[in-house]
Ligand binder design. Structure first.
Ligand SMILES: Cc1ncc(COP(=O)(O)O)c(C=O)c1O
Length: 362
């Protein structure tokens, strides 16, 4: 039976560790979502998110997990007669292509081997056909521990294909890795809060460009729950279309205050330090799964070069230290294991975990 006073320490790549002060935000008295207190909370939170994401455009709060962003971007911004190019480099980017198909869209896929990045050259080659209205990009592929070269890709897109819309899954990147939404020229970028925001799951954040919003007006079949037009209309009143996860928004407001007080450059640098630390251990003891130049600063996928029994190691550390890290995802189970270093996880936390793994593997 779970001891609630002594919950497991989480190093899985989401949900990640949540600090006690953040949990307390979720326990505050609730508000009516059409009242002025909520409007103040909404306004303040979305203003801070705009600063954190370097945008002066729109920020929406979805009461959903990150997967909602997959559906929201596709359903709002890809018309029935258009084709979207889905770039796939791991389990989550693959899944997004499936979601786009399940939304009834025309989808073409650009696939690379897991552990390899999507490059601007590959996208350029595809887009030069002139077939695509939009592309999906994953900022950070959580299954392989890889960060795509999104700045390079975006520069190329802005120069050569300014009319193609760019949809970005930033689920395990947002606020942990650099993201200058307006400068990148992105149209939708979304994340769930159980990753680098370090809040329990239940809410997603999306930055949406003015042109994506404009486009969605004429896209048929954009559905009800994630309809950008409804979100924009309600945002003007500092509300959401349906009853939002208010406790999560209180926690998000609190976390945004801390992020901005620290400064986004410092936040990203803190993540880089944790990434460097875990990577140097991984390279000494095992190997990295993805190409090192693209290794993520929010999580590391360690290549199991020593053939340890990953599940048994996770169980043993769970039993001895009440701590869990991630096995490989999907087909990478046992071939890799994953350690999150994002949000409110600290270097000291990581030092402790890596010592325990060392003790376990001998
Ligand atoms: C990159 C990425 N995209 C999407 C998802 C799905 O997010 P959620 O589980 O919040 O729906 C995840 C979950 O881990 C993810 O890592």
């Amino acid at each position: 039976m779970l001891d609630w006073k002594n919950p497991p320490r989480l190093f899985i790549p989401g949900p990640v560790k949540v600090n006690e002060d953040v949990l307390q935000q979720l326990a505050r008295p609730t508000l009516g979502h059409r009242g002025k207190e909520y409007a103040q909370l909404h306004a303040k939170t979305t203003d801070m998110l705009k600063k954190a994401l370097f945008t002066e455009q729109n920020v929406f709060l979805f009461t959903s997990s990150g997967s909602g962003g997959w559906e929201a971007s596709i359903r709002n911004c890809v018309a029935p007669d258009e084709t979207v190019l889905c770039t796939c480099c791991g389990a989550f980017s693959d899944k997004w292509a499936d979601v786009a198909k399940s939304c009834g869209k025309n989808v073409e896929v650009l696939k690379v081997d897991w552990g390899k990045p999507i490059t601007s050259e590959m996208i350029d080659e595809k887009l030069s056909t002139g077939k695509y209205a939009g592309i999906t990009l994953i900022h950070n592929e959580t299954s392989t521990g890889l960060t795509n070269p999104v700045y390079e890709i975006s520069e190329m897109m802005k120069e050569k294909y300014p009319d193609v819309l760019v949809f970005v899954d930033s689920v395990s990147a947002m606020v942990g890795l650099p993201l200058h939404f307006d400068e990148l020229g992105w149209d939708v970028a979304f994340a769930s809060v159980q990753k680098a925001f370090a809040i329990p799951p239940g809410l997603a954040v999306a930055a949406v460009s003015n042109r994506a919003l404009e486009k969605s007006k004429n896209v048929a079949g954009r559905g009800y729950y994630f309809d950008f037009q409804q979100f924009a209309k309600r945002n003007e009143m500092n509300q959401t279309p349906t009853t939002p996860a208010i406790p999560h928004i209180m926690a998000l407001n609190y976390q945004c205050e801390k992020l901005l007080a620290e400064g986004m450059e410092n936040v990203w640098e803190r993540h880089k330090k944790m990434g460097d630390f875990v990577r140097s251990w991984a390279k000494e003891k095992f190997g990295l799964f993805c190409d090192e130049g693209y290794a993520s600063n929010t999580l590391t996928a360690v290549k199991n070069t020593r053939g340890i029994n990953v599940a048994e190691t996770i169980n043993a550390i769970g039993a001895k230290h009440n701590t869990i890290f991630g096995n490989g995802y999907g087909k990478l189970k046992e071939q890799t294991f994953r350690i999150a270093h994002m949000g409110d996880i600290t270097l000291d936390d990581l030092k402790e975990l890596l010592t325990w793994i060392d003790d376990e593997i001998g």
